[in-house]
Ligand binder design. Sequence first.
Ligand code: NDP
Ligand code: OXD
Length: 309
Amino acid sequence: MAILYADDPADAAAWAAAIHALEPQLELRFWPDSGAAAEIDFAIVGGRAPGDLRAFPNLKAIQSTWAGVNHLLMDANLPSDRPLARMVDQGLTVSMTEFVVLHVLDSAREGPRLRAAQRARQWLELNPVSPRTITVAILGLGTLGADAGTRLAGLGFNVRGWSRSRKEIAGIQSFAGSDGLRDCLAGAHILVCLLPLTEGTRGILNGATFAPLARGAVLVHAARGAHLVEADLLAALDSGGLSRAILDVFAAEPLPGDHPFWKHPQVTVTPHVAAITRPGTGAADIIENYRRALAGEALINQVDRTKGY
Ligand code: NDP
Ligand code: OXD
């Protein structure tokens, strides 16, 4: 029996090396060279459509190398009656925390104003403000939001987080539900989005969400493009409601060349690179999930299809 790798071909060699370093005897096949369909009992998928996995009658489970699985849950080629696991990887978590901390600190230390002053050869003595006076609201307090929030709290920021269920995380004030969202947003200076994309969160970054923030607040969005109502962001930047947006994810990726975000002076575009799973740290859980799939056990980080994440 064999594992089918149906993820990004550019990463195939790195995944094969990481998996074989731990379990040299595992047989890996690479899409579209799957061999006899009946021999495939596990599939590794990622950000792109993997092809029709319904063709494998003995497939026991599917493992995503991505943390977000919204695109996989919508893919009719993925058998909906097989367990699907998402990726939780220390390498990915650390990268996302770096991305969030980088942009929160850049905003807190007024990076854009200092860079503009340098371009104008202006000696602009801006005194750093204390992080305690800056409130960061994180939407999504799961693996990624909790880690980024904990680091920001450690740096002294006033951190709030919003999730479906309340959390007890040192240094983070936890909010849940729709009343909780309003309280989480009220007066926040920096809004970070690390939610999964579901029917409950689609379009959540909209005018009504931006309105309770402090005037001139900054958006750091690294979740999914469809969370954001782009027209509402442009309107909020125009009106001064928001002063800046750092966007890593977009409704259409790659971002089309004529999209207004590319040249907008208050928008920073990064090409969905906030965080990626590192095969060296992600392989162990994949192997454990393969073992569990064969044993008929629940997977690590198994997606709850009713919740959509
Ligand atoms: P988790 O599943 O660990 O956390 C999701 C969090 O969102 C949980 O706290 C959950 O609440 C909360 N949540 C979900 N739905 C709602 C809702 N309707 N209302 C309030 N809170 C809600 O996910 P991760 O932290 O691992 O990843 C988050 C997302 O980050 C991914 O889904 C993906 O879209 C994105 N991502 C982006 C990357 C990039 O490079 N840009 C890289 C990796 C991930 P509760 O805890 O109560 O269930
Ligand atoms: C992920 C991503 O979800 O890279 O892992 O966006």
